[in-house]
Design a protein around this ligand. Structure first.
Ligand SMILES: [Zn+2]
Length: 409
């Protein structure tokens, strides 16, 4: 063996201590008392998982908050703030900002990622080119899957669909959408489903952010997912409007989503920041309850969405912090639910992305993250950091715990 990670607590069974044996980039053994002439890392009874999975992050428009005017009044439309900046974004500019954000994701334990990439006549395919180059350059540390989508509308923005098709023909594996910003949301959804069928790609749509449940795009997405039998290949992000429904109603919707095979990514930082802007007091939180969705059978992930831009002006790329934020917003208590939230950064996220080789199991790539916690629930409750990360058996991150210099007596 090349490496043995000793005394680790796997997320699936943190009450047991195991050693993880790695050879030629893969996990070859898991059990107690592994020995061999190999490099040894002593996890010291800490939690280990196969890496955190960022399922929804806009690397291409991260770190632009300093270029944006401050919003006037309570209403904020991040899309109209960002749109005028796009023409001036070069491939080099996008790459540099995305790279800085990606490095933060890496030190916070991400080993897999789906990143949303905007495509339209203003940005052209420059974002796609930058992210593809970045994915190639950082293959040693993370697997990145781009999801191309129209942020500023499809039916109302001539030239966008042609560019999306170009990206799909160039190998983009996932297609997204943002029907809310289209003059005809339903037609955008229909076109996106048609393209997904034509190019045989998975779908990951931004859906249902707003102040009322009167109109919900999820209804059309449910119809088309069932009609075209796309179950298991459709993800919807945000779903903030679920937070406006009484529990019985959101439970019924959750069961429909689960039945149709539609997974949900909850984006707590963005929705907490953007929802409830119609009110100047008693502001609603506006974040869908991932534990509630999970309870009714929906595959859920929690993700960052944006970092340092008008949709989310804050963030350090810590997914564990996002799970903690969700726990605070949704008033989550108890070890069982906190553990579920950790799984929505790892195992469940991997399922949502249809990753078939994720997890601490013999035969899988040796993606291993040791976190400074004894249990997943402690990691979420205390926002415990990752201390060491391996990608395909190679060490990619080392993080030292801080030292307190106690005076001698
Ligand atoms: Zn997004």
């Amino acid at each position: 063996m090349d490496l043995i990670v000793k005394h680790a607590r796997p997320v699936a069974a943190p009450e047991t201590l195991v050693d993880i044996g790695v050879e030629a980039g893969r996990i070859v053994a898991i059990g107690p008392g592994l020995a061999g002439d190999s490099e040894v890392y002593d996890a010291g009874g800490r939690l280990a998982c196969a890496g955190l999975v960022e399922t929804h992050i806009h690397l291409d428009k991260s770190r632009i908050i300093d270029r944006c005017p401050l919003p006037e009044g309570r209403r904020v439309n991040p899309v109209t703030i960002v749109a005028p900046l796009k023409a001036a974004m070069s491939v080099e500019d996008i790459y540099a900002r995305a790279e800085t954000t990606l490095k933060e994701c890496l030190v916070n334990g991400a080993t897999r990622m789906r990143t949303q990439v905007e495509i339209d006549p203003a940005i052209g395919l420059r974002g796609f080119a930058a992210i593809r180059a970045l994915a190639k350059a950082y293959k040693w540390a993370i697997d990145i899957e781009p999801c191309v989508f129209p942020q500023d509308g499809l039916t109302n923005y001539p030239g966008t669909e042609e560019l999306l098709v170009e990206a799909l023909k160039a190998g983009a594996p996932v297609l997204g959408a943002a029907p809310r910003y289209d003059s005809d949301p339903t037609v955008q959804i229909d076109r996106i489903f048609a393209l997904a069928r034509e190019y045989d790609v998975d779908l990951d749509l931004h859906l249902d952010v707003g102040d009322s449940t009167e109109h919900m795009d999820i209804r059309r997405v449910l119809e088309l997912t069932e009609q075209y039998r796309r179950g298991g290949r459709v993800v919807v992000g945000h779903m903030a409007k679920l937070s406006l429904m009484p529990p019985a109603q959101s439970a019924a919707m959750a069961r429909r989503l689960a039945g149709a095979g539609i997974a949900v990514t909850v984006l707590p930082a963005t929705d907490l920041y953007l929802m409830g802007r119609d009110r100047d007091h008693d502001v609603r939180r506006g974040v869908a309850d991932a534990n509630h969705l999970h309870e009714h059978g929906v595959t859920c992930s929690l993700s960052s969405n944006n970092i340092l831009n008008p949709a989310t002006p804050y963030g350090d790329c810590s997914l564990i912090r996002i799970a903690n934020l969700h726990a605070n917003i949704l008033q989550v208590v108890g070890a069982v639910r906190l553990r579920e939230l950790f799984l929505m950064l790892s195992e469940h996220s991997a399922r949502l992305l249809n990753l078939t080789d994720y997890g601490l199991a013999v035969g899988n790539p040796a993606d291993i993250v040791v976190i400074d916690a004894a249990t997943p629930e402690q990691a979420v409750a205390e926002i415990r950091p990752p201390l060491a990360v391996w990608k395909r058996g190679r060490r990619t991150v080392t993080r030292q715990p801080p030292v307190l210099h106690t005076p001698s007596p």
